[in-house]
Design a protein around this ligand. Structure first.
Ligand code: 1BN
Ligand code: ZN
Length: 378
């Protein structure tokens, strides 16, 4: 009993004792535990904060947007009149006409010495401007009626800042059509290619001061024209091969990811059939990104000269050209091609005499302003 009572008592007492003891414990040890737990939690929070914010800078190009998603909402900067004027002053029409264009105004049939000269001119010139240049060469069979031997084609890709993950791409084709004999293809596409080289020249300094994750890339496609008759196999040799290659390469280079080089293209702007007087352009609803086409039209309106090349009413359909293999792989496109086609399209008379340099200058202003606005060059 006594034991039992005692036990009960002890138990009772110990419980009271414990409560009492609690109130008797000096305050400092309890606070120590509190501060230790608080300190550990604070450390965890700091470590988590830094690791998450690090991850954010690694994967996001713009605030809250992944780099490969940024293109879907990206808008060109609206340029003030003053800014536009200073940009237009950078365009050198004398350089375009007399230094650049003559290098393209030779017969440039695929697989010939002449087209190699043009290719070398492009590579050399872009390297002299400090751009990174890649020559993408491959072989393909022309129609059997033309030759039983393969032709070596070469696309030239020039990139201002090769480490930038996103690219605004301006493109043209530098081959000329095999027939009619002696065809020079001034508008098709010597002038568009010369325009690209001049855009690179005029914006080069501003591009050098930009440290953005978005850069300018130029593609000079080989083998756009049909060698005999336009078919899926006899056309777009360079563009088909490059789109296929880029789809198979992971991007950024050396990083194991589910993104390929096509994801690096924010927008592919293809220039074709340019240089004749009073061209007209249409918004092709199956091809052109409407907000970028409308930006081109807004820039044209800002020229304030009562001329309108760019019709904004959307029309259905698309036109065969080098953008097609990229469009089919969901790359955003602006197809800057005169439609209706120029009067001298695929005629021997597309020889340079049909070029209207006032028109070329006006188009240069529009495309240069669009490029600077898209890249947010200040
Ligand atoms: C553009 C310039 N094209 C050829 N030279 C593409 C084309 C081919 C457009 C056939 C329409 C019909
Ligand atoms: Zn053509």
């Amino acid at each position: 009993m006594a034991r039992h009572r005692g036990k009960t008592q002890v138990s009772k007492n110990s419980s009271t004792e414990f409560q009492n003891m609690g109130s008797m414990i000096p305050r400092r040890p309890k606070h120590r535990i509190f501060f230790a737990v608080f300190g550990i939690l604070l450390c965890i929070a700091i470590v988590l904060y830094f690791s998450l914010s690090q991850k954010e800078t690694e994967t996001q190009a713009t605030e809250g947007v992944l780099w490969h998603e940024a293109k879907h909402t990206w808008n060109a900067q609206t340029l003030s009149r003053k800014k536009m004027k200073s940009l237009f002053n950078l365009i050198n029409m004398d350089r375009l006409t007399n230094d650049i264009l003559p290098n393209f105004m030779i017969i440039r049939k695929p697989g010939t010495e002449n087209i190699t000269k043009v290719k070398n001119y492009i590579s050399r010139t872009m390297k002299e401007l400090g751009w990174s240049v890649e020559e993408h060469s491959f072989e393909d069979m022309p129609p059997a009626s033309y030759s039983k031997y393969p032709i070596t084609f070469t696309n030239v890709i020039a990139t201002k800042n090769p480490v930038a993950r996103r690219r605004l791409v301006l493109a043209c084709h530098y081959d000329s059509k095999v027939t009619p004999e002696g065809f020079l293809g001034a508008t098709d596409s010597a002038v568009p290619c010369a325009m690209l080289v001049e855009i690179a020249n005029s914006l080069n300094q501003m591009l050098s001061s930009s440290h953005s994750d978005l850069t300018l890339q130029l593609i000079f496609f080989d083998g756009e024209e049909a060698i005999v008759d336009w078919t899926a196999k006899d056309s777009l040799y360079g563009a088909r091969e490059l789109a296929k290659k880029w789809e198979s390469e992971s991007w950024p280079t050396g990083v194991n990811s589910d993104k390929n080089t096509l994801h690096s293209i924010d927008l592919l702007v293809l220039l074709d059939l340019l240089g004749e007087k009073n061209p007209s352009f249409i918004l092709k609803s199956g091809t052109d990104v409407p907000r970028h086409y409308k930006e081109i039209s807004r820039i044209e309106k800002a020229l304030n000269d009562n001329i309108q090349y760019f019709q904004v009413t959307p029309l259905r359909g698309n036109i065969q050209d080098d953008h097609i293999p990229f469009l089919h792989r969901r790359v955003p496109i602006l197809h800057m091609i005169t439609y209706p086609f120029p009067q001298n399209w695929h005629l021997i008379t597309d020889n340079g005499e049909n070029i209207d340099f006032y028109t070329v200058h006006r188009l240069m202003k529009i495309f240069t302003a669009f490029t600077a606005g898209y890249l947010h060059l200040s």
